[in-house]
Ligand binder design. Structure first.
Ligand code: ZN
Length: 188
């Protein structure tokens, strides 16, 4: 397994739509393993393939577990499709591994349903709520070239773009691992 470089905002691959996965082979499973390792190294809770420069519809996720003796709930989903979202919304700070150090209140549906395949190609229906719903919606957006700043209130987006233009992302990316900001568990 290996840790892959994470693409930072400004890289055009983050604005592209990823293509359907048709080959459920060893290469796909190796990519999913590498993405899990990359996500964990960056202390993220989600990672889409675009973020490591691969235009395939695949993302990984991990939630903090309740029992330290057990592995955290985690997984990889392929060709995900959101089939339903709740009208009820959730508030909360959200960040993105492609925007290191930036966290903003981001409104999302509280619940989401998704159809997806696992890395062997078997179909699944996933019902998610709270943090997992936030992760799924954020990652499926990535696969469609949509970024979390697109969901921000106007004043937050303005401030985020100002901070990005001032070179803050590159600075934060260079300093990764040297002390992480609060709320890093929501970096997706
Ligand atoms: Zn992200």
């Amino acid at each position: 397994m290996s840790v892959l470089p994470i693409r930072i905002f400004g890289d055009p691959v983050l604005r592209e739509r990823a293509g359907e996965v048709t080959d459920f082979d060893r290469a796909l499973r190796a990519l999913a393993e590498n993405m899990l390792e990359t996500m964990r190294a960056a202390q993220g809770a989600g990672l889409a393939a675009n973020q490591v420069g691969v235009l395939k519809r695949l993302f990984t996720w991990e939630l903090p577990g309740e029992d330290d003796a057990q592995p955290n709930p985690h997984g990889s989903w392929v060709n995900p499709e959101i089939t339903e979202t709740s009208a009820e919304l959730q508030e909360g700070d959200e960040g993105c591994l492609s925007f290191p150090g930036l966290f903003y209140p981001t409104e999302r549906p509280l619940r989401a349903r998704m159809r997806a395949q696992d890395v062997f190609g078997d179909p699944h229906e996933v019902a998610a709520e709270g943090q997992l719903a936030r992760i799924i919606l954020h990652e499926v957006d990535h696969l469609n070239g949509i970024l979390f700043i697109d969901h921000l209130a106007r004043h937050s987006k303005k401030e985020a773009l100002r901070r990005i233009r001032s070179g803050e992302l590159e600075l934060n990316a260079a300093g990764q691992g040297e002390g992480l900001p609060a709320g890093v568990g929501n970096a997706l």
